[in-house]
Each structure stands twice: as structure tokens, then as C-alpha cells.
Design a protein around this ligand. Structure first.
Ligand SMILES: O=C(O)CCC(=O)C(=O)O
Length: 197
């Protein structure tokens, strides 16, 4: 059983995220990363665009990961035991690419209602400020929906470059992870991520 503690659940409810949570060993995460790379080389090109979405439906090890008992235990601590995997995305930031993700709220555009869901991100490699980790604005989920401007930024990895303006960047927290750790975030938390420098 690897449920979150009462303090961790309270932290999530207050701040809109919890991180890091240990799931896999670094060795296990690295071996999953190697498997992903071998799939990319077998098919002759890197996974890109829509090819990074819902890969749990076609890649057995990702299907195994979305049903990983430790991840399900942690998710259960937040939303209860009736769990449906609504989708998966691989956020791969190659060093030579300038992609970033502007400040946004997931619930604003992904269409899932009611807002009793949670996003869990698992790091297969080290995730740092330098290689484009996420940043969370603690407590920003409390007021619900915020206005977004569609910026269609050239290097913005969001489809419309949807952006919340006036985010107090000094209050935001970098979500750095070791391979095998996850972060979880609330549908209404304002968050974004930098590029891999
Ligand atoms: O992993 C990232 O870089 C960004 C993920 C994100 O913004 C999201 O979960 O909505």
C-alpha cells in the first residue's frame, strides 16, 4: 500500500499539487526510458505530435505503467478508488527543440467534467529547471476557472498557446523530479513549463 499520508493529501488540497512522490526505482525508470527509445528507433523516427498521445493503448509497458499499483494507490488517495485513465501524453523535450508550455489550467480546455480528476506525471529521466520542468502556482486552483488568451506562440507546445496572464512568477514552484518519481496536479492549478536548455 503506498497511499499518500493525511498531511500529503492536505498539502495537495491546499496547494493544488504534490511532488515528488516515489514510485519506481531509478533503474526501473531508466529501463522504461530505454524501451521507449528502442521503440522510436525500431519505427525509424521519434514520436512527435499526436503520436505522443494515448500511447498506453499501443505500447505495452506504458499500459503497465498506467495500471501500476503504486500510482493507483497515490491517485486513490486523492480521487477515491473508482479510477479511469482518461488519457496519456508523453512530454518529450529534445535538447535541440525550443518547446515550452505557457501558464494554463488543464480543466479550461480538456473537456472533462466534473473536476474530480487529477493529472499524474511520471519522470522517466531526471527532470530539472535546465531541461524544462513544470512550475506550479500554489493555491491557484482555489478560485477555479481563469481567463486564457490564445497566443498561438510558435514554440508553445499547447495547441492554441492558451495562456493565463499576470501569473506572479516569483510565487511559482519548480517541480524537479528524479527518474521514477511522480508529481500530481489539480485540474484548476495554473502551471506551465520551460524549454530544455
Ligand atoms: O510536462 C510538461 O512540460 C507540461 C505538462 C503540462 O503542462 C500539463 O500537464 O498540462
Amino acid at each position: 500500500m503506498s497511499r499518500l499520508s493525511a498531511e500529503e493529501v492536505q498539502f495537495y488540497q491546499k496547494n493544488g499539487y504534490i511532488s515528488p512522490v516515489n514510485i519506481l526505482s531509478e533503474k526501473e525508470a531508466t529501463s522504461f526510458h530505454e524501451e521507449l527509445q528502442s521503440i522510436e528507433s525500431k519505427y525509424g523516427s521519434d514520436l512527435s505530435g499526436l503520436g505522443r498521445n494515448n500511447t498506453h493503448q499501443v505500447i505495452p509497458f506504458i499500459d503497465q505503467l498506467v495500471h501500476h499499483p503504486k500510482i493507483l494507490d497515490v491517485v486513490q488517495s486523492i480521487i477515491g478508488q473508482n479510477i479511469l485513465v482518461a488519457g496519456t501524453t508523453l512530454f518529450i523535450k529534445e535538447p535541440e527543440q525550443a518547446g515550452f508550455i505557457s501558464w494554463h489550467q488543464d480543466a479550461k480546455y480538456n473537456g472533462l467534467k466534473p473536476y474530480n480528476w487529477v493529472t499524474a506525471w511520471l519522470a522517466l529521466t531526471e527532470v530539472t529547471v535546465e531541461n524544462g520542468c513544470m512550475y506550479m502556482w500554489p493555491g491557484s486552483h482555489i478560485d477555479g476557472e481563469r481567463e486564457h488568451d490564445d497566443t498561438y506562440g510558435e514554440n508553445n507546445l499547447l495547441t492554441r498557446g492558451q495562456t493565463v496572464t499576470n501569473v506572479p512568477e516569483k510565487e511559482t514552484v519548480a517541480i524537479e523530479l528524479r527518474p521514477g518519481q511522480i508529481s500530481l496536479h489539480h485540474p484548476w492549478i495554473v502551471h506551465g513549463s520551460g524549454q530544455n536548455t
